[in-house]
Design a protein around this ligand. Structure first.
Ligand SMILES: [Zn+2]
Length: 327
Protein backbone atom coordinates (compact mmCIF):
# COMPACT_ATOMS: atom_id res chain seq x y z
CA UNK A 1 0.00 0.00 0.00
CA UNK A 2 1.54 3.30 -1.03
CA UNK A 3 -0.94 5.56 0.72
CA UNK A 4 0.66 7.85 3.24
CA UNK A 5 -0.98 7.92 6.63
CA UNK A 6 -1.68 11.62 6.61
CA UNK A 7 -3.57 13.71 9.08
CA UNK A 8 -6.34 14.04 6.54
CA UNK A 9 -6.75 10.29 6.35
CA UNK A 10 -7.00 10.19 10.10
CA UNK A 11 -9.58 12.95 10.10
CA UNK A 12 -11.77 11.27 7.52
CA UNK A 13 -11.57 7.89 9.16
CA UNK A 14 -9.87 6.20 6.18
CA UNK A 15 -7.23 4.69 8.42
CA UNK A 16 -9.30 3.67 11.42
CA UNK A 17 -10.14 0.17 10.22
CA UNK A 18 -6.51 -0.86 10.10
CA UNK A 19 -5.08 1.03 13.05
CA UNK A 20 -5.78 0.89 16.73
CA UNK A 21 -6.90 4.49 17.04
CA UNK A 22 -8.71 5.59 20.14
CA UNK A 23 -10.27 8.20 17.89
CA UNK A 24 -13.81 7.61 16.75
CA UNK A 25 -14.42 9.42 13.54
CA UNK A 26 -17.31 9.82 11.17
CA UNK A 27 -17.55 11.85 8.02
CA UNK A 28 -20.12 14.56 8.00
CA UNK A 29 -20.91 17.41 5.64
CA UNK A 30 -19.48 20.72 6.66
CA UNK A 31 -21.94 23.38 7.80
CA UNK A 32 -23.19 25.44 4.89
CA UNK A 33 -22.15 28.92 5.97
CA UNK A 34 -18.90 29.88 4.23
CA UNK A 35 -16.13 30.70 6.65
CA UNK A 36 -17.82 29.11 9.61
CA UNK A 37 -15.68 26.00 9.50
CA UNK A 38 -12.46 24.98 7.82
CA UNK A 39 -12.99 23.92 4.22
CA UNK A 40 -11.91 20.33 4.93
CA UNK A 41 -15.32 19.09 3.84
CA UNK A 42 -15.25 16.24 6.30
CA UNK A 43 -14.50 16.58 9.98
CA UNK A 44 -14.10 14.26 12.98
CA UNK A 45 -17.00 14.15 15.42
CA UNK A 46 -15.66 12.25 18.41
CA UNK A 47 -12.42 11.95 20.33
CA UNK A 48 -11.92 9.77 23.39
CA UNK A 49 -9.41 10.42 26.17
CA UNK A 50 -9.01 8.57 29.44
CA UNK A 51 -8.94 10.46 32.71
CA UNK A 52 -7.99 7.77 35.22
CA UNK A 53 -10.85 5.27 35.24
CA UNK A 54 -13.13 7.63 33.34
CA UNK A 55 -13.44 8.32 29.62
CA UNK A 56 -13.95 11.84 28.36
CA UNK A 57 -15.31 12.17 24.82
CA UNK A 58 -15.08 15.48 23.00
CA UNK A 59 -17.95 15.83 20.52
CA UNK A 60 -17.74 18.35 17.69
CA UNK A 61 -21.18 19.93 17.48
CA UNK A 62 -20.39 22.63 14.91
CA UNK A 63 -18.46 25.85 14.51
CA UNK A 64 -18.91 29.54 15.13
CA UNK A 65 -17.46 32.42 13.11
CA UNK A 66 -15.94 35.09 15.36
CA UNK A 67 -16.21 38.38 13.49
CA UNK A 68 -13.37 40.87 14.17
CA UNK A 69 -15.90 43.28 15.69
CA UNK A 70 -16.85 40.71 18.34
CA UNK A 71 -13.40 40.97 19.97
CA UNK A 72 -12.60 43.17 22.95
CA UNK A 73 -9.34 44.13 24.64
CA UNK A 74 -7.25 43.83 21.49
CA UNK A 75 -6.52 46.29 18.69
CA UNK A 76 -6.95 45.34 15.00
CA UNK A 77 -3.16 45.52 14.65
CA UNK A 78 -2.57 43.21 17.63
CA UNK A 79 -5.21 40.81 16.28
CA UNK A 80 -3.58 40.74 12.85
CA UNK A 81 -0.13 40.18 14.33
CA UNK A 82 -1.30 37.28 16.52
CA UNK A 83 -3.27 35.63 13.71
CA UNK A 84 -0.36 35.91 11.31
CA UNK A 85 1.92 34.34 13.92
CA UNK A 86 -0.52 31.40 14.11
CA UNK A 87 -0.64 31.16 10.28
CA UNK A 88 -4.33 32.04 10.31
CA UNK A 89 -6.19 34.33 7.90
CA UNK A 90 -6.39 37.92 9.07
CA UNK A 91 -9.22 38.96 6.77
CA UNK A 92 -12.75 38.01 7.76
CA UNK A 93 -14.00 35.96 10.71
CA UNK A 94 -12.02 33.46 12.78
CA UNK A 95 -13.81 30.11 13.03
CA UNK A 96 -13.87 28.33 16.38
CA UNK A 97 -15.20 24.91 17.32
CA UNK A 98 -18.39 24.27 19.22
CA UNK A 99 -17.83 21.11 21.25
CA UNK A 100 -19.74 19.27 23.93
CA UNK A 101 -18.21 16.70 26.26
CA UNK A 102 -19.39 13.30 27.44
CA UNK A 103 -18.00 11.81 30.65
CA UNK A 104 -18.34 8.05 31.11
CA UNK A 105 -17.78 6.71 34.59
CA UNK A 106 -18.82 3.55 36.39
CA UNK A 107 -21.75 5.61 37.70
CA UNK A 108 -23.19 6.65 34.36
CA UNK A 109 -23.04 9.07 31.47
CA UNK A 110 -22.78 12.82 32.01
CA UNK A 111 -22.97 15.38 29.23
CA UNK A 112 -21.06 18.60 29.85
CA UNK A 113 -23.03 21.11 27.77
CA UNK A 114 -25.18 20.05 24.83
CA UNK A 115 -24.11 22.04 21.79
CA UNK A 116 -26.23 24.45 19.78
CA UNK A 117 -29.06 22.14 18.73
CA UNK A 118 -31.15 23.92 16.12
CA UNK A 119 -30.29 27.43 17.36
CA UNK A 120 -27.35 27.95 14.96
CA UNK A 121 -28.95 26.36 11.91
CA UNK A 122 -26.52 24.17 9.95
CA UNK A 123 -23.54 25.46 11.98
CA UNK A 124 -24.43 23.41 15.02
CA UNK A 125 -26.48 20.49 16.23
CA UNK A 126 -24.32 17.51 15.30
CA UNK A 127 -24.36 16.20 18.88
CA UNK A 128 -27.31 13.85 18.33
CA UNK A 129 -25.75 12.26 15.24
CA UNK A 130 -22.39 11.96 17.01
CA UNK A 131 -23.94 10.19 19.99
CA UNK A 132 -25.77 7.84 17.61
CA UNK A 133 -22.48 7.14 15.81
CA UNK A 134 -20.94 6.28 19.18
CA UNK A 135 -23.80 3.88 19.91
CA UNK A 136 -25.15 5.96 22.79
CA UNK A 137 -28.92 6.28 23.01
CA UNK A 138 -30.32 9.57 24.35
CA UNK A 139 -32.02 7.54 27.08
CA UNK A 140 -28.60 6.41 28.36
CA UNK A 141 -27.57 9.94 29.42
CA UNK A 142 -28.46 10.34 33.09
CA UNK A 143 -26.97 13.74 33.88
CA UNK A 144 -26.20 17.00 32.08
CA UNK A 145 -24.08 19.73 33.65
CA UNK A 146 -23.95 23.19 32.10
CA UNK A 147 -21.03 25.61 31.99
CA UNK A 148 -23.53 28.38 31.27
CA UNK A 149 -26.74 29.02 29.36
CA UNK A 150 -25.69 30.65 26.08
CA UNK A 151 -27.43 29.15 23.05
CA UNK A 152 -24.48 27.12 21.78
CA UNK A 153 -24.26 25.27 25.10
CA UNK A 154 -27.95 24.47 25.69
CA UNK A 155 -29.62 24.16 22.27
CA UNK A 156 -28.98 20.43 22.12
CA UNK A 157 -31.10 19.91 25.24
CA UNK A 158 -34.14 20.18 22.98
CA UNK A 159 -35.11 17.37 20.63
CA UNK A 160 -37.79 17.11 18.00
CA UNK A 161 -40.36 16.16 20.63
CA UNK A 162 -39.34 18.13 23.69
CA UNK A 163 -36.37 17.27 25.85
CA UNK A 164 -33.63 15.38 24.02
CA UNK A 165 -32.53 13.25 27.00
CA UNK A 166 -35.63 11.87 28.73
CA UNK A 167 -33.80 10.16 31.62
CA UNK A 168 -31.47 13.00 32.52
CA UNK A 169 -31.43 15.82 35.03
CA UNK A 170 -29.79 19.18 34.31
CA UNK A 171 -27.40 20.81 36.79
CA UNK A 172 -26.54 24.51 36.51
CA UNK A 173 -25.25 27.29 38.76
CA UNK A 174 -28.12 28.93 40.65
CA UNK A 175 -26.97 32.44 39.58
CA UNK A 176 -26.98 31.36 35.94
CA UNK A 177 -30.48 29.92 36.04
CA UNK A 178 -31.78 32.92 38.02
CA UNK A 179 -30.31 35.40 35.53
CA UNK A 180 -31.64 33.90 32.30
CA UNK A 181 -35.10 33.14 33.68
CA UNK A 182 -35.61 36.56 35.30
CA UNK A 183 -38.41 38.25 33.37
CA UNK A 184 -37.36 41.70 34.56
CA UNK A 185 -33.79 41.32 33.35
CA UNK A 186 -35.00 39.80 30.08
CA UNK A 187 -37.39 42.69 29.44
CA UNK A 188 -34.62 45.28 29.97
CA UNK A 189 -32.07 43.42 27.83
CA UNK A 190 -30.90 45.10 24.62
CA UNK A 191 -32.55 43.90 21.44
CA UNK A 192 -29.48 41.91 20.40
CA UNK A 193 -29.59 39.85 23.61
CA UNK A 194 -33.29 39.01 23.45
CA UNK A 195 -32.90 35.75 21.50
CA UNK A 196 -30.48 34.43 24.13
CA UNK A 197 -33.07 34.98 26.86
CA UNK A 198 -35.90 33.53 24.77
CA UNK A 199 -33.88 30.42 23.95
CA UNK A 200 -32.75 29.89 27.54
CA UNK A 201 -36.32 30.24 28.76
CA UNK A 202 -37.66 27.89 26.09
CA UNK A 203 -35.14 25.24 27.09
CA UNK A 204 -35.78 25.65 30.82
CA UNK A 205 -39.56 25.48 30.35
CA UNK A 206 -39.13 22.17 28.53
CA UNK A 207 -36.91 20.85 31.35
CA UNK A 208 -39.05 22.15 34.20
CA UNK A 209 -38.95 19.80 37.18
CA UNK A 210 -35.71 18.21 35.99
CA UNK A 211 -33.31 21.06 36.79
CA UNK A 212 -31.26 21.33 39.95
CA UNK A 213 -28.83 24.07 40.88
CA UNK A 214 -25.47 24.28 42.59
CA UNK A 215 -24.10 27.29 44.44
CA UNK A 216 -20.88 29.18 44.94
CA UNK A 217 -17.49 27.64 45.60
CA UNK A 218 -16.22 24.25 44.53
CA UNK A 219 -19.12 21.81 44.73
CA UNK A 220 -18.67 18.05 44.52
CA UNK A 221 -21.39 16.88 42.14
CA UNK A 222 -20.44 13.22 42.57
CA UNK A 223 -19.38 10.82 39.88
CA UNK A 224 -15.90 12.35 39.59
CA UNK A 225 -17.09 15.91 38.89
CA UNK A 226 -16.44 19.04 40.94
CA UNK A 227 -17.45 22.56 39.94
CA UNK A 228 -14.77 25.23 39.38
CA UNK A 229 -16.21 28.76 39.66
CA UNK A 230 -15.35 30.81 36.55
CA UNK A 231 -17.89 33.63 36.56
CA UNK A 232 -17.47 36.75 34.47
CA UNK A 233 -18.45 35.53 31.01
CA UNK A 234 -21.91 35.04 32.52
CA UNK A 235 -23.08 35.36 36.14
CA UNK A 236 -22.83 31.62 36.83
CA UNK A 237 -20.24 30.52 34.29
CA UNK A 238 -18.68 27.34 35.69
CA UNK A 239 -15.92 24.91 34.81
CA UNK A 240 -15.74 21.29 35.88
CA UNK A 241 -12.87 19.32 37.36
CA UNK A 242 -12.88 15.65 36.38
CA UNK A 243 -10.84 13.53 38.78
CA UNK A 244 -10.03 9.85 39.00
CA UNK A 245 -7.18 8.48 41.09
CA UNK A 246 -4.16 10.72 40.58
CA UNK A 247 -5.44 12.13 37.27
CA UNK A 248 -7.55 15.19 36.65
CA UNK A 249 -8.66 17.43 33.81
CA UNK A 250 -10.51 20.74 33.91
CA UNK A 251 -13.18 21.61 31.35
CA UNK A 252 -14.31 25.14 30.68
CA UNK A 253 -16.97 26.74 28.52
CA UNK A 254 -16.20 30.27 27.41
CA UNK A 255 -13.26 31.21 29.61
CA UNK A 256 -11.36 31.32 26.31
CA UNK A 257 -11.81 29.78 22.89
CA UNK A 258 -9.59 31.51 20.35
CA UNK A 259 -6.25 29.79 20.89
CA UNK A 260 -4.35 32.17 18.62
CA UNK A 261 -5.43 35.25 20.57
CA UNK A 262 -6.53 34.53 24.13
CA UNK A 263 -3.33 33.03 25.60
CA UNK A 264 -0.64 35.36 24.25
CA UNK A 265 -3.08 38.20 24.97
CA UNK A 266 -5.19 36.98 27.91
CA UNK A 267 -7.03 40.29 28.17
CA UNK A 268 -8.66 39.53 24.81
CA UNK A 269 -12.35 38.82 25.24
CA UNK A 270 -15.56 38.68 23.28
CA UNK A 271 -18.54 41.02 23.37
CA UNK A 272 -20.47 38.10 24.90
CA UNK A 273 -18.42 38.41 28.12
CA UNK A 274 -21.01 40.01 30.36
CA UNK A 275 -18.62 41.30 33.04
CA UNK A 276 -15.52 42.13 31.04
CA UNK A 277 -13.18 42.95 33.93
CA UNK A 278 -14.17 39.93 35.93
CA UNK A 279 -13.87 37.63 32.93
CA UNK A 280 -10.29 38.82 32.36
CA UNK A 281 -9.41 38.30 36.03
CA UNK A 282 -11.01 34.85 35.99
CA UNK A 283 -9.19 33.91 32.78
CA UNK A 284 -5.85 34.86 34.32
CA UNK A 285 -6.68 33.08 37.60
CA UNK A 286 -7.63 29.81 35.88
CA UNK A 287 -4.71 29.98 33.45
CA UNK A 288 -2.41 30.49 36.45
CA UNK A 289 -3.90 27.48 38.21
CA UNK A 290 -3.69 25.24 35.14
CA UNK A 291 -0.13 26.34 34.38
CA UNK A 292 1.16 26.07 37.95
CA UNK A 293 -0.37 22.64 38.52
CA UNK A 294 0.25 21.30 35.00
CA UNK A 295 -3.39 20.26 34.73
CA UNK A 296 -4.67 19.25 31.29
CA UNK A 297 -7.67 21.29 30.22
CA UNK A 298 -10.44 21.02 27.66
CA UNK A 299 -12.82 23.65 26.34
CA UNK A 300 -15.91 24.14 24.22
CA UNK A 301 -14.33 26.39 21.62
CA UNK A 302 -10.60 25.62 21.57
CA UNK A 303 -9.39 23.82 18.41
CA UNK A 304 -10.98 20.36 18.33
CA UNK A 305 -10.58 18.21 20.34
CA UNK A 306 -9.66 21.22 22.49
CA UNK A 307 -7.39 19.38 24.91
CA UNK A 308 -4.03 20.72 26.04
CA UNK A 309 -2.00 22.60 28.57
CA UNK A 310 -1.56 26.22 29.56
CA UNK A 311 1.99 27.47 29.97
CA UNK A 312 3.13 30.73 31.44
CA UNK A 313 5.10 33.16 29.27
CA UNK A 314 6.05 36.13 31.42
CA UNK A 315 2.86 38.11 31.99
CA UNK A 316 1.04 36.11 29.33
CA UNK A 317 0.46 32.46 28.46
CA UNK A 318 0.70 29.90 25.66
CA UNK A 319 -1.66 27.14 24.57
CA UNK A 320 0.08 23.78 24.16
CA UNK A 321 -2.22 21.29 22.44
CA UNK A 322 -2.00 17.74 23.70
CA UNK A 323 -0.91 15.20 21.11
CA UNK A 324 -3.75 12.84 20.24
CA UNK A 325 -3.67 9.67 22.27
CA UNK A 326 -3.80 6.79 19.83
CA UNK A 327 -4.19 3.97 22.28
ZN1 LIG B 1 -20.95 31.78 26.15
Amino acid sequence: MTMNLTRRHLLTGAATASTALALSSLASPAPAQPGATPAAGRLPMLYDRRVGEHTLTTILDGAFAVQPGMLTGITPEQRAEALRAARMPVEGPTPIAISAHLLRTSQGLTLIDAGAGSFFGPNGGRLAAALAAAGIAPTAINRIVLTHMHSDHIGGLLGANGIAFPNATVHVHQAELAFWTDEGIASRAPEIARPSFQRAQTVMRAWQGRVSTFGAGEVDLGGGLTTVPMNGHTPGHTGFRIASGSEQLVIWGDLSGIAALQFSRPDTGLVFDMDRERSIATRRRIYDMAAADGIPVGATHLPFPGLGYVERRGDAFAWVPEEWRYS
